[in-house]
Design a protein around this ligand. Structure first.
Ligand SMILES: *Cc1c(COP(=O)(O)O)cnc(C)c1O
Length: 433
């Protein structure tokens, strides 16, 4: 569920008309609903109430300080993948002792930084990394809490670029090798074997792959816990969201008849997994990203031109692939709605941006209301892997971001000024001034 809906003819985010935000802050503009972020967190949190648990928001999905602060205030932790992300948590007033640090390529500097910050655990991806963390910990005279990431070799049946739980990809350590790895890790100095971690993929709309993975890994966790005295088991993130019926799914009524709809609710997720996890007697960590932030954000853009070719009706907008790369990168579908509701016959349209790439599109052959220059469109479900993947390609400034709560709205990232794009560049000394 989320808080974007039409009231009369106008699209609202909570109690604020989206058009007023677009007029005030310009476009392209990301708009986030704080109520939606909090609602998603709390639904998951209460569904998991039977377990000792910690929800660590995968902040790579949306690392705006205001978003981080929202989850920090709700008691959440953070799944981080770089020293930069840990610094962001600190900058947003979050607690580093609730951060886990994942990723296959942690540098010595990043490990040292994370140790000094007192993070909850390193999620370790290789034996070489265990050895490195141990070395850094010895040097700093600290004990490093670690969990090894197990690759359970369970196919999540999701897009190839976001599946992570099979032996085809770079993540984790093979299931069959894990016990030997822990036995060797136990001999390394200054490590505390604190838990086990897994993450099988992203945008899973079915609970089955989660069930399979937990069923396969839980006995391993028990054995390792008996030997090494664990605190936690992290089951990762990957909970999928609604992209196709994004607007409709904002209404509570839509969720009342889930038969035939491929959706994952916090309750169905918990109903399946809690009975498997509870007997472990460990704290359960979750690392959801998209589930918390995805439907909580939209990207608002303005129509610049309509261009008709023999075959196509192109709607050229002022947002581009550098603002939201998911369609180009993952062939993703984002529902597109007009900010002012329009009736009439739909026109098959390609919604494209100004960037000089054929891949710069948001929709192809999409039935859309007839729109014209100056109309605002909203690309829904843009709160996860949207702004964070933005770039300055074509020397386009990073867009502004706004957070809404009730009737209030705040600019939580101002639009980048064009000269800031090259602000850290210079010409070579021999090129003169
Ligand atoms: C990306 C990632 C997540 C979050 O994935 P979502 O699909 O956004 O929930 C969680 N854990 C790890 C290790 C990740 O790499």
């Amino acid at each position: 569920m989320h808080s974007f809906r039409y009231v009369g003819q106008e699209l609202y985010c909570e109690e604020v008309p989206v058009s007023s935000l677009a007029k005030k802050h310009g476009t392209p503009l990301f708009v986030y609903s704080q109520t939606t972020l909090a609602d998603h967190f709390q639904r998951l949190d209460s569904a998991l109430a039977p377990l000792d648990h910690l929800i660590c928001f995968a902040m790579k999905s949306n690392s705006n300080l205001a978003v981080i602060r929202t989850f920090a205030e709700l008691g959440g932790g953070f799944d981080t993948v770089s020293a930069g992300e840990i610094q962001r948590v600190v900058a947003a007033g979050g607690d580093p002792s609730k951060c886990v640090f994942a990723g296959v390529g942690k540098t010595e500097e990043e490990i040292a930084f994370a140790l000094k910050q007192g993070i909850y655990s390193f999620n370790v991806e290789s034996e070489a990394e265990l050895a490195r963390i141990s070395r850094v910990a010895v040097r700093l005279k600290k004990i490093a809490p670690v969990a090894v990431r197990v690759n359970p070799n369970v196919d999540a049946h999701t897009h190839a670029k976001i599946t992570t739980g099979t032996y085809e990809n770079k993540f984790g350590i093979q299931f069959e090798h894990i016990e030997a790895v822990y036995a060797r890790a136990a001999k390394l100095p200054n490590l505390r074997l604190r838990g086990l971690q897994m993450h099988i993929g992203s945008q899973l709309t079915d609970v089955e792959p989660f069930r399979k993975a937990v069923e396969k890994v839980a006995p391993l966790v028990s054995r390792l816990n008996a030997r090494h005295g664990f605190d936690f088991f992290s089951i990762g993130g990957g909970l999928g969201i609604v992209y196709r019926d994004a607007l409709a799914s904002g209404s509570p009524a839509w969720w009342k008849t889930p038969e035939g709809r491929k959706i994952l609710t916090p309750q169905s997720y918990a109903d399946t997994l809690v009975p498997l996890l509870k007997p472990l007697g460990l704290r359960i960590l979750l690392e959801p990203g998209r589930f918390l932030s995805g439907n909580a954000g939209v990207l608002v853009t303005r129509v610049e031109y309509i261009k008709k070719t023999g075959k196509k009706n192109f709607v050229i907008v002022d947002a581009a692939m550098n603002d939201l790369i998911r369609p180009a990168f993952y062939d993703s579908f984002h529902e597109i709605v007009t900010v002012r509701r329009k009736g009439g016959a739909k026109v098959s349209s390609d919604v494209v941006g100004p960037v000089c790439e054929s891949g710069d599109y948001f929709a192809k052959d999409r039935p859309l209301p007839k729109v014209g220059e100056g109309d605002y469109l909203a690309l829904l479900s843009a709160g996860a892997y949207g702004s964070v993947m933005g770039s300055n390609y074509n020397s386009r400034a990073l867009p502004a971001e706004v957070m809404v709560k009730g009737r209030k709205s705040a600019l939580v990232r101002r639009r980048q000024e064009i000269p800031e794009i090259w602000g850290n560049e210079s010409v070579a000394s021999w090129q003169g001034r």
